[in-house]
Design a protein around this ligand. Structure first.
Ligand code: ATP
Ligand code: MG
Length: 267
């Protein structure tokens, strides 16, 4: 008879990913939340960490609900002389979706930024996520459109980096600077960080510019992931309804693309 007391722990260790691109509006929050939602829907215990003061991922996952203490309070406690160091789990909330938790963001992160930058708290997130490693199978970090304290914290805390790309010529040139930034973080703080790949977003197969730009990336040897994510008005609906695509319409083309993209990511 099977004795649960002797069950072998078969889960892989917690995978930490950051979604990063300094350019605004390329799909960081969309990709973070949708891939995390796919992971959670497949039974992975999943955490999204929203480090963008715009709080787009937070709204996408929990709507207008008041999230309570989140990322700002997590970083902010370093500035006070609390009697008891709170556990990281106290800054995490459940979402309406099974297996999907969130460290929410708020505008307070913006105000805190300058103070944090002047102190050496850049490893705080990495250490906190290490503390959560046995509670989650996957951690997905959404970053603001800047290479600031929060983004650096995330790049230091993560093992893999996904770079959303919006098929624009300017974005293509910006990619090289971005990859240099990742190299600097690798050299100075996090030798274990890998660029997992470039996620082509809002791809329009019938337009010639996106095709050319993506072909150039591939020709240059950059790790472009498959499949490309289509542009669809359904995405706006998904954000408005605070329902990631897998929950809004699992059979939609974009949902299938997120699923295939997730499945293609090496575990
Ligand atoms: N595949 C898609 N099809 C249609 N619209 C999309 C798609 N991906 C993202 N969008 C839309 O593009 C906008 C920007 O996406 P998102 O907020 O995910 O980008 P971001 O990189 O996180 O932006 P920011 O840099 O401001 O944080 C949103 O309105 C989103 O609904
Ligand atoms: Mg965003």
């Amino acid at each position: 008879m099977h004795n649960p007391g002797f069950a072998i722990q078969t889960r892989e260790p917690c995978m930490r990913r950051v979604v990063f691109n300094q350019k605004g509006g390329v799909g960081k929050s969309t990709i973070t939340c949708n891939l995390a939602a796919v992971a959670a829907s497949q039974g992975q215990r999943t955490l999204v960490v929203d480090l963008d003061p715009q709080a787009n991922s937070t709204r996408y996952l929990i709507g207008d609900a008041d999230p309570g203490a989140g990322a700002a309070e997590f970083f902010g406690t370093t500035l006070s002389f609390a009697m008891r160091a709170p556990k990281t789990a106290e800054y995490i909330v459940e979402t309406p979706f099974e297996n999907l938790h969130l460290m929410p963001s708020s505008g307070a992160l913006e105000e805190l930024h300058g103070k944090l930058e002047s102190r050496y708290k850049i490893y705080k997130l990495r250490d906190a996520l290490a503390e959560l490693a046995s509670s989650y199978d996957e951690i997905w970090i959404d970053t603001p459109p800047a290479l600031n304290f929060y983004t650096r914290s995330a790049l230091i805390a993560a093992e893999r980096c996904l770079i959303p790309f919006d098929c624009d010529d300017f974005s293509r040139h910006a990619l090289y600077g971005l990859l240099e930034s990742v190299k600097e973080i690798q050299a100075d703080h996090n030798a274990g960080l890998e660029v997992e790949g470039i996620v082509v977003n809002q791809f329009q197969p019938r337009a010639s510019l996106p095709q050319r730009v993506v072909a150039e990336l591939i020709a240059e040897g950059l790790p472009v992931l498959q499949p490309y994510l289509s542009a669809s008005v359904k995405m706006k609906e998904s954000h408005e309804a605070a329902l990631p695509m897998v929950h809004l319409d699992a059979r939609h083309k974009l949902s299938q693309e997120f699923l295939a993209l997730y499945q293609g990511l090496a575990a």
